[in-house]
Design a protein around this ligand. Structure first.
Ligand code: SAH
Ligand code: SF4
Length: 348
């Protein structure tokens, strides 16, 4: 399917309720009303990078750094398995040293041995060989947001050095796809410097890249980051929230059979934000499994919700809300994106 940037821009200027109805119809037709869970393990907030927007960036000296222990990671995986979540996501600050790579490898091997969980990784940019190794031991999905598809804006959001290169990030995404991962990407919506026409280009980027999964949410400022300086030029937070829902709807309408995760950042703005997004086209939710004692240290942005709740509390709370919105939870299913299999079929 070829769609022009102008058409996408026209969709971005369409009333949100119209897009919502269309997106929900397409969601029911192509992926159904089931919500897939991915238990989220925020393994460590130690990060070598300095993205200007992120609260756990290396130069933020005001947070205490942690790494979950092996048994904490396995316990969280065990909880997900027993709770019937089907899949989990290991997310972390970015490191590329051997200890880190070996640790993630070991987690994948151990979790695969002890549970039936599908494993998604969100561990940043790594070498082709590292991605390949993790894939070979059993991870089969990877989330790497492009953040923005505009190289100039990318430069304004990151230090200008080899560690923060737009090209490297695109290349990493290409490597993930080449290796065979179900590949996910996404953006932050409502960033400083970002106009609607940029978002139209971002959507076009995600379509042309042919992603299998989307993870996107509103940008939320964090006072201990350099980008906080730009807080006065941001659009109000409720507008960023609505715009993120709009982008989710448009991606559902245009990409149809992909998986779309409802970002936790939506919940920071509206307590039921994640569940609401299910009515705008999202079909994946990531209940947090990180031990409560670490949650205050994994604040990518401020006002992150549920930092005082444990995994069991999150589960009960989510079940109630999802049922309220008329969706059903798919327990004990991996919930792979249909798009992945359809694009493989088309290739043959
Ligand atoms: N280090 C990995 C994974 C953890 S960060 C990586 O960067 O890929 C996961 C995502 O959090 C990032 O991709 C970014 O889109 C999001 N994020 C970081 N800071 C944020 C902020 N201030 N507001 C909203 N989302 C943010
Ligand atoms: Fe590190 Fe990811 Fe935050 Fe960038 S966005 S500073 S890579 S955790």
């Amino acid at each position: 399917m070829k769609i022009s940037k102008e058409k996408i821009l026209a969709l971005l200027n369409t009333d949100l309720n119209i897009l919502k109805d269309e997106a929900y119809k397409i969601k029911l037709q192509y992926v159904g009303s089931k919500v897939y869970f991915r238990g989220l393990i925020e393994y460590s907030n130690i990060c070598n990078k300095n993205c200007y927007y992120c609260g756990i960036r290396k130069d933020n000296k005001k947070i205490s750094r942690y790494e979950m222990t092996d048994s904490e990671v396995l316990e969280a995986a065990n909880f997900a398995d027993k709770a019937g979540y089907g899949s989990l996501v290991i997310q972390t600050g970015e490191r590329t040293d051997k200890n880190f790579i070996d640790k993630i490898t070991k987690f994948i091997i151990d979790i695969k041995k002890k549970t039936n969980l599908g494993i998604t990784l969100s561990c940043g940019e790594q070498s082709f060989d590292t991605y390949k190794k993790w894939f070979e031991v059993g991870a089969h999905r990877y989330l790497l947001r492009i953040e923005t598809s505009n190289d100039d804006i990318y430069k304004k959001l990151h230090p200008n050095d080899a560690l923060h290169s737009f090209k490297t990030r695109v290349n990493a995404l290409e490597n993930l796809k080449k290796i065979g991962y179900q590949t996910g990407s996404g953006i932050m919506v409502g960033l400083p410097y970002q106009e609607l026409s940029h978002i139209a280009s971002d959507i076009l980027f995600l379509i042309n890249f042919d992603v299998d999964m989307i993870g996107l949410g509103p940008y939320i400022e964090h006072s201990e980051t350099p980008l906080y300086e730009k807080k006065d030029i941001l659009t109000p937070i409720q507008e960023r929230f609505n715009l993120a829902l709009k982008v989710i709807s448009i991606l559902r309408i245009l990409m149809k059979d992909i998986n779309i995760a409802s970002a936790t950042a939506l919940q920071s703005i509206d307590p039921e934000g994640r569940e609401k997004a299910l009515l705008y086209g999202a079909n994946v939710i990531m209940p947090n499994l990180t031990p409560t004692k670490y949650r205050d240290s994994y604040l990518l942005y401020e006002n992150k919700p549920c930092t005082d709740e444990d995994a069991a509390m999150c589960k009960g709370c989510l079940e109630r809300r999802i049922t309220k919105y008329g969706e059903t939870i798919a327990y004990n299913e991996w919930g792979d994106p249909k798009h992945y299999f359809n694009r493989k079929k088309e290739k043959k």
